[in-house]
Design a protein around this ligand. Structure first.
Ligand SMILES: CC(C)(COP(=O)([O-])OP(=O)([O-])OC[C@H]1O[C@@H](n2cnc3c(N)ncnc32)[C@H](O)[C@@H]1OP(=O)([O-])[O-])[C@@H](O)C(=O)NCCC(=O)NCCSC(=O)C[C@@](C)(O)CC(=O)[O-]
Ligand SMILES: NC(=O)C1=CN([C@@H]2O[C@H](COP(=O)(O)OP(=O)(O)OC[C@H]3O[C@@H](n4cnc5c(N)ncnc54)[C@H](O)[C@@H]3O)[C@@H](O)[C@H]2O)C=CC1
Length: 444
C-alpha cells in the first residue's frame, strides 16, 4: 500500500488515529482498540506522554525490571532496567549476586569532557584565518555568556575552543572544535546552543576583520553540532578476585574458568564478528539502564561503538587477565549521561528510577551504567564458556514462547515444570503444548 497525506501533523490525535486505522487496517475498530489500550488512564499523564514526541497516538510499553545486589565501591544498589529481551535482567542479577560475595564492582570516572564542532568552509590564507581566530576567540566566549552563565556558576561551561584545519580531508574545510563540561546534564542542547552562537559571532566578526580579503570574509557555516563521540567522557568498571574464588560449583575449577573466560575475551579483542556480539551483550546492560533513567540510548550506542573501533578495528570493550593468581575483568567505556534535563525530570518512571538509585549525579550514574554493562558481559561469557548461552536464555525465554502459543495459566504451570528438566526450543515447546492439549481434549 502506498498512501501519502498532507497536513497529518495538524490533525487532532483522534483524527490521526482515524486516518491511520482506516487507511492501513482491514479491522480498523480492532486497531483503534489496541492503540487506546496503551493509553494512560490518567488524562494528565496521557498528555505528558503524548507530548514527549510528535504525532503520538499511543504508548509503547517496555518492561521495567530491577536487578538487586550490585555492590559498587562498597555500596549496594538495586539497578532499574527497561528492556524487552528475556534473560538480560536475570543475567545482570546473577552477576551481581556472584560478585557480591567477591568484593563487588570497583569504578572510577576517568574524564567528563564533551565535544562540539562548528563545521565551516573557508577558501583563503590559513595563516590569516588563524590570526582571525586568535582575535575573535574572546568574543566567541563573551557572546556565549548568556548561555554559559549558569553552567559556569555550577562549575562547568566551555573549557576550550580551537581552530582545526581539515583541508587535507576536504578542500576548504575547517572546524571550531570546542570542549565542554556539562556536569549533571548530558549537555546536547547546552552545547548546540553555544555552538550556534559561536557560528553567528564567527561569521559576523569576519565581516570586520581587516586582514581578510572580500572573498575571505565569506565564511560558510555548514553546521554546528555536538559530537556523540566522547572518548574523553570515560568511566572504568572492574571486578577482581583470587582465581580459586571463581569456582562456583559449575563443574569447572577457578583456573579452568579463568583460562576459558580470558580466551573468550581475547577472541573478542581480535575478531570483529565476535566483538560485535560480545559488545552487544555489554549494551544489553548499558541500554537497559540508560533507557530506565531517561537517557539518550542512540547517543550512547553511537559513541560506544565508535570507541570500540578507535584502534582502527572493531574490538572488545572489555578485557580480562590473571596476574599473581588474581583474576581481573574490566572495561573503560565512554558515557555522556544526564541526571538533569531531557526526560529525567518528566517521565514518572524515570523519576522513580533515579530515586531508586538515590538521586545520582551524572558521574555516579556513569559508574552504575558501566557496571550494568560489565555485569551483563560477565554473565553472558560465564554462560557461553560453561553451559552455553541457550540453557539460561531459553529458560527465561520460555514464557514468551508459551505466550506465542497462547498458553493458559494452567498450561504455563505444567510446561514450566516440564522444561525444568527438558531443553527449551520453539519446536519442543510447540510439541509439548500440542501433546498437552490432545491429552486434555481426550480427558473431556
Ligand atoms: C539466565 C541465567 C541468569 C540463569 O542462571 P542460573 O544459574 O540458572 O540461575 P539460578 O536459577 O540458579 O539463579 C541464580 C541467580 O540468577 C538470577 N536469576 C535467575 N533467574 C532469574 C529470574 N527468572 N529472574 C530474575 N533473576 C534471576 C538471580 O540473581 C538468581 O539469584 P536469586 O534471585 O535466586 O537469589 C544465566 O544462565 C545467565 O546469566 N545467562 C546469560 C544470559 C544472557 O546473557 N542473556 C542476554 C541475552 S543473550 C545476548 O543477547 C547476548 C550474548 C549472549 O549474545 C552476548 C555474547 O555473546 O557475549
Ligand atoms: N546528538 C545528540 O545526542 C542530541 C541529543 N539531544 C537531546 O538533548 C537532550 C539532552 O540535552 P541537555 O542539554 O542535557 O538537556 P536540557 O536541554 O534539558 O538541559 C539541561 C539543563 O539543565 C540545567 N541544569 C540544572 N542543574 C544542572 C546541573 N547540576 N548540571 C548541569 N546542568 C544543570 C542546565 O541549564 C542545562 O543546560 C536529550 O534529550 C537528548 O536526546 C538533542 C540534540 C542532539
Amino acid at each position: 500500500m502506498s498512501v501519502s497525506i498532507s497536513g497529518f501533523s495538524k490533525l487532532s490525535k483522534s483524527e490521526k488515529m482515524d486516518w491511520l486505522t482506516k487507511t492501513y487496517f482491514s479491522n480498523s475498530k480492532k486497531a483503534l482498540r489496541v492503540l487506546r489500550q496503551y493509553w494512560n488512564q490518567d488524562d494528565k499523564l496521557q498528555q505528558l506522554h503524548d507530548e514527549f514526541i510528535e504525532n503520538t497516538i499511543s504508548n509503547f510499553y517496555l518492561p521495567f525490571g530491577v536487578a538487586p545486589n550490585f555492590l559498587i565501591n562498597g555500596k549496594i544498589h538495586t539497578i532499574p532496567m527497561a528492556i524487552e529481551e528475556s534473560s538480560v535482567v536475570a543475567a545482570a542479577s546473577n552477576a551481581a549476586k556472584f560478585w557480591l560475595k567477591r568484593g563487588g564492582f570497583k569504578t572510577q570516572v576517568l574524564s567528563t569532557t564533551k565535544i562540539g564542532q562548528v563545521h565551516f568552509m573557508y577558501h583563503g590564507s590559513r595563516k590569516t584565518l588563524q590570526k582571525f581566530f586568535d582575535v575573535v576567540k574572546p568574543q566567541l566566549l563573551q557572546d556565549a555568556k548568556p548561555i554559559t552563565k549558569n553552567m559556569e556558576q555550577r562549575g562547568g561551561g566551555i573549557t576550550s575552543i580551537e581552530l582545526r584545519d581539515k583541508t587535507a580531508d576536504i578542500a576548504g574545510y575547517y572546524q571550531l572544535h570546542a570542549a565542554f563540561e556539562t556536569l549533571d546534564a548530558m549537555g546536547a542542547n547546552f552545547i548546540n546552543s553555544c555552538l550556534e552562537q559561536f557560528a553567528k559571532t564567527f561569521q559576523k566578526e569576519a565581516q570586520h576583520f581587516s586582514d581578510f580579503s572580500e572573498a575571505e570574509k565569506n565564511i560558510q557555516i555548514v553546521m554546528s553540532i555536538l559530537s556523540n563521540y566522547v572518548p574523553d567522557c570515560l568511566v572504568r568498571a572492574e571486578v577482581s578476585c583470587k582465581v580459586e574464588d571463581l569456582n562456583d560449583n559449575k563443574n569447572i575449577s577457578g583456573e579452568e574458568f579463568a583460562a576459558k573466560f580470558i580466551q573468550a575475551v581475547n577472541i573478542a579483542e581480535v575478531e570483529p564478528y565476535r566483538a560485535v556480539t560480545h559488545n552487544k551483550g555489554i549494551m544489553n546492560g548499558i541500554d537497559a539502564v540508560v533507557l530506565a533513567t531517561g537517557n539518550d540510548f542512540r547517543a550512547i550506542e553511537a559513541g560506544v561503538h565508535a570507541f570500540a573501533s578507535k584502534e582502527g578495528r572493531y574490538s572488545s570493550l572489555s578485557h580480562a587477565k590473571v596476574e599473581d593468581g588474581v583474576f581481573t575483568f574490566w572495561m573503560e567505556i565512554p558515557l555522556a549521561l544526564g541526571t538533569v534535563g531531557g526526560l529525567t525530570g518528566l517521565h514518572p518512571l524515570v523519576k522513580l528510577a533515579l530515586k531508586l538509585l538515590q538521586q545520582p549525579t551524572a558521574k555516579e550514574l556513569m559508574q552504575i551504567v558501566a557496571v550494568a554493562g560489565l555485569a551483563q558481559n560477565f554473565a553472558a561469557l560465564r554462560s557461553l564458556t560453561t553451559t552455553g548461552i541457550q540453557e539460561g536464555h531459553m529458560k527465561m525465554h520460555l514464557m514468551n514462547i508459551l505466550n506465542q502459543f497462547e498458553a493458559t495459566n494452567e498450561e504455563k504451570q505444567l510446561l514450566t515444570a516440564h522444561f525444568k528438566t527438558h531443553t527449551v526450543s520453539h519446536n519442543a515447546v510447540g510439541d509439548a503444548i500440542k501433546k498437552l492439549r490432545v491429552m486434555s481434549n481426550g480427558n473431556d
